[in-house]
Design a protein around this ligand. Structure first.
Ligand code: ATP
Length: 572
C-alpha cells in the first residue's frame, strides 16, 4: 500500500513536500523535483531549512497554523500553495506538509480568455455597428449570424434568416455563400438583389477555415441602390446640361405662318439625316434657334453642340479655334497643343454662324473637313478623323459672293445641300401676336410679372412696323414695353411701346438729317444702304456713349452683328 501511495504521489501534478516534527524532509515527490529543480535523493532526510530557503514549513511546525491557497511567484512560475500541520490522535504536531500547484498555465489561460472576451466584445460591437451588412453561414450553408445592418438592408428579421439556408434572402443572382462553400475561394463584388425590398447590392464573401477545415462562409453586402440612384440622377443631370448647351427644340420655335411652318418641316426632315444644313435668313430671324432644334431632334442630341461665330474671330484665331493646334504651332501656343472645336464636337454638331464671312484659306480647310471627314491641327501633319454634323448659317448673299470669287463654289455646293430659308418677320406678320405672347410669358418669368396680353391697338402698331431686326427686335420691344408697365397693369397697351415709335422716328430723323438724298445719287442701292447704316451705327454709339449692348438693343440687332458691322465699316 505504501508503494502504491508513493506512485500516486509521484504521478500527481501537485508538488508535495512533507517534513517530520524536526523539519527533516520525509516526502519530496517528482512534481516537487520538477518545480524546485532539486533531486529528491538529495532532499530526503535533510533539514528543510538546508534544502529550501524561505520555507514556511518550519513556521507551520512551530505554530500549527494552516496556510491555504496562498499565491506565490517563483520566478516566471506562479504557484498556489497549501501548507498544513500533521497531527497525531492527541493533536500533537508530528510534522507538516506543503502542496504546491503550478498555476502559470491556468493563469495564462485565464488571461487569454479575458483577452478573448475583450476581443469578442470588440468584434461584437463592430459587427453590430458597422454599416456593412454581414451574414455568416456554417459549412452546410445554414445562416448562423447576421448583424443589424444586414436585417435593415434586406428587410428580413433575424428569425427569418437564422437557421435557414443561405439563399433565403436572394431575389436575383447566385448565393455567394454557396459558391464559397463549394469552391473554398473568396468571391468579390457579385451583383445581387436581396430581400423583400429588392435592394441592389454588391456581395463579397470569404471562407471560414479553422485548422485547415472549412467551417463556413462570411459575407458582406453593400447597398448600391443609393449609388445607382445617384448615378441615374447624375446621368439625367448630364443630359440636361448637354441639352442646355443646345437648349432649344422645335417646340420653342413659335410661328403659324405657312412660310415658317415649311421651314420647320424641312428642318425636321433634315435633322434625321446626317446632311449638311445651311440656314439662310436675315439677322434675328431665328437661325441659331433652328440650329439648336435640328441638333436636339437628331440622334446626336446627347453629344456636344458647339457654336462658332465665324465673323467674330480673325482668320488665324478662327482656324486655331476650329482645328486646334500642335505645340509650338505659333508664338503663344499652349504646351501640348489644343483640341479644336471640331474635335470637341466629335459625335455631335458644329454650328458655323456667319459662314459667309470666312476667308478663302479657311474655306479650303473646311472643304477638306467635308470631303475627307478629317482635320489637321494648325502646325500639324497628322489627319484626325472626325464625325461631326455641320450646320451653317448666313445672312449674306452667298451666291453673289461666289460670283465675285469671295466664296468657293465647291464649298458653296457642299454647304448648300439642304438650304432652309427662314423668312423675315415682315413677311409673316401674322406671327407677331403668337410671338408677343411667347415673349410676354418669357419676360413674366424673368421679371416676375403677370402680364397676359396686348391690346389690339398696340398690336396694330407692331404690325405696321417692318422689323428690320426681325424676331430679336420684337423681343427687345416687348421687353422694353414690359419695363414701362406699372405693376398693376397686365395688358400691354400703346402707351407702353413708345420706344418703337420713337425708335422708328429716331431712325427716320437720323437718316434724313445725316444724308441728303441728293448726295445719294449715282450710287447703287447697296452702297447707299451701307452709307446710311454706318452713319446710323456711329450716331447710336455716340448716343449711348459707346455702350455696345445698349446700342445693339436700340438698333434691334445682336451684339455680334454690331461688332461685325463696326468692323465692316471700320467704326472704332
Ligand atoms: N420663331 C421664333 N420663336 C421664338 N423665338 C424666336 C424665334 N425666332 C427667333 N427667336 C428669338 O429671337 C432671338 C434671335 O434669334 P437667333 O439668335 O436664333 O437669330 P439669328 O438669325 O441666329 O440671328 P443672327 O444672324 O443675328 O445671329 C433669340 O432670342 C431667339 O430665341
Amino acid at each position: 500500500m505504501r508503494r502504491e501511495l508513493e506512485v500516486i504521489l509521484d504521478s500527481t501534478y501537485d508538488a508535495m513536500i512533507a517534513v517530520d516534527k524536526h523539519g527533516i524532509i520525509t516526502l519530496f515527490n517528482k512534481a516537487a523535483e520538477r518545480l524546485t529543480g532539486i533531486d529528491s535523493k538529495y532532499a530526503l532526510g535533510k533539514s528543510v531549512k538546508e534544502v529550501i530557503l524561505n520555507t514556511r514549513l518550519v513556521h507551520i511546525l512551530e505554530t500549527g497554523d494552516y496556510e491555504l491557497n496562498r499565491q506565490q511567484d517563483l520566478g516566471n512560475i506562479k504557484i498556489i500553495t497549501n501548507r498544513m500541520p500533521v497531527k497525531d490522535e492527541n493533536g500533537e504536531i508530528i510534522g507538516a506538509v506543503a502542496v504546491f500547484r503550478d498555476v502559470t498555465d491556468i493563469l495564462d489561460l485565464a488571461t487569454q480568455i479575458t483577452n478573448l472576451k475583450e476581443i469578442q466584445s470588440m468584434l461584437e460591437a463592430i459587427f453590430n455597428s458597422t454599416q456593412d451588412a454581414i451574414s455568416v453561414v456554417d459549412q452546410n450553408g445554414i445562416n448562423v449570424m447576421v448583424n443589424p445592418a444586414y436585417t435593415e438592408l434586406t428587410g428580413l428579421r433575424e428569425e427569418d434568416i437564422l437557421g435557414k439556408p443561405a439563399t433565403i434572402d436572394l431575389v436575383e443572382g447566385q448565393s455567394v455563400h454557396m459558391e464559397v462553400l463549394a469552391t473554398k475561394k473568396p468571391i468579390r463584388n457579385a451583383r445581387l438583389i436581396v430581400g423583400p425590398n429588392k435592394r441592389e447590392v454588391i456581395a463579397t464573401a470569404a471562407p471560414i477555415i479553422v485548422d485547415g477545415e472549412l467551417r463556413g462562409s462570411v459575407g458582406v453586402l453593400r447597398d448600391v441602390s443609393e449609388i445607382i440612384k445617384l448615378n441615374k440622377e447624375l446621368n439625367a443631370a448630364k443630359q440636361i446640361i448637354r441639352k442646355l448647351e443646345a437648349k432649344y427644340t422645335f417646340d420653342d420655335i413659335i410661328g403659324q405662318n405657312e412660310l415658317i411652318l415649311k421651314a420647320i418641316e424641312k428642318a425636321k426632315k433634315a435633322a434625321n439625316t446626317p446632311a449638311t444644313v445651311i440656314l439662310r435668313g436675315e439677322s434675328g430671324t431665328g437661325k441659331e434657334l433652328f440650329a439648336h432644334a435640328i441638333h436636339n431632334e437628331s440622334d446626336r442630341k446627347f453629344s456636344q453642340f458647339v457654336r462658332v461665330n465665324c465673323a467674330a474671330l480673325s482668320e488665324n484665331l478662327l482656324e486655331s479655334e476650329l482645328f486646334g493646334y500642335e505645340e509650338g504651332a505659333f508664338t503663344g501656343a499652349k504646351k501640348g497643343g489644343k483640341k479644336g472645336l471640331f474635335e470637341q464636337a466629335n459625335g455631335g454638331t458644329i454650328f458655323l454662324d456667319e459662314i459667309g464671312d470666312i476667308s478663302l484659306n479657311t474655306q479650303a480647310k473646311l472643304l477638306r473637313v467635308l470631303q475627307e471627314k478629317e482635320i489637321v491641327r494648325v502646325g500639324g501633319t497628322k489627319p484626325i478623323p472626325i464625325d461631326v454634323r455641320i450646320i451653317t448659317a448666313t445672312n449674306l448673299d452667298l451666291e453673289k459672293a461666289v460670283e465675285e470669287g469671295k466664296f468657293r463654289e465647291d464649298l458653296y455646293y457642299r454647304l448648300n445641300f439642304i438650304p432652309i430659308n427662314i423668312p423675315a418677320l415682315r413677311y409673316r406678320k401674322d406671327d407677331i401676336y403668337p410671338l408677343v405672347i411667347h415673349f410676354i410669358k418669357k419676360f413674366n418669368q424673368e421679371y416676375g410679372r403677370r402680364i397676359n396680353d396686348i391690346t389690339k391697338e398696340a398690336l396694330d402698331i407692331l404690325k405696321k412696323h417692318d422689323w428690320p431686326g426681325n424676331v430679336r427686335e420684337l423681343e427687345n420691344v416687348i421687353g422694353r414695353a414690359i419695363i414701362n408697365m406699372k405693376h398693376c397693369e397686365n395688358v400691354i397697351d400703346v402707351k407702353h411701346i413708345p420706344l418703337i415709335d420713337s425708335y422708328i422716328k429716331y431712325d427716320r430723323q437720323n437718316l434724313v438729317q445725316t444724308e441728303d438724298i441728293n448726295d445719294l445719287e449715282d450710287i447703287t442701292l447697296e452702297e447707299a444702304v451701307s452709307k446710311l447704316e454706318k452713319e446710323l451705327i456711329t450716331k447710336t454709339l455716340k448716343k449711348y456713349k459707346n455702350n455696345k449692348t445698349k446700342t445693339a438693343r436700340a438698333l434691334g440687332i445682336s451684339i455680334r452683328s454690331l461688332y461685325y458691322k463696326m468692323e465692316k465699316y471700320n467704326i472704332n
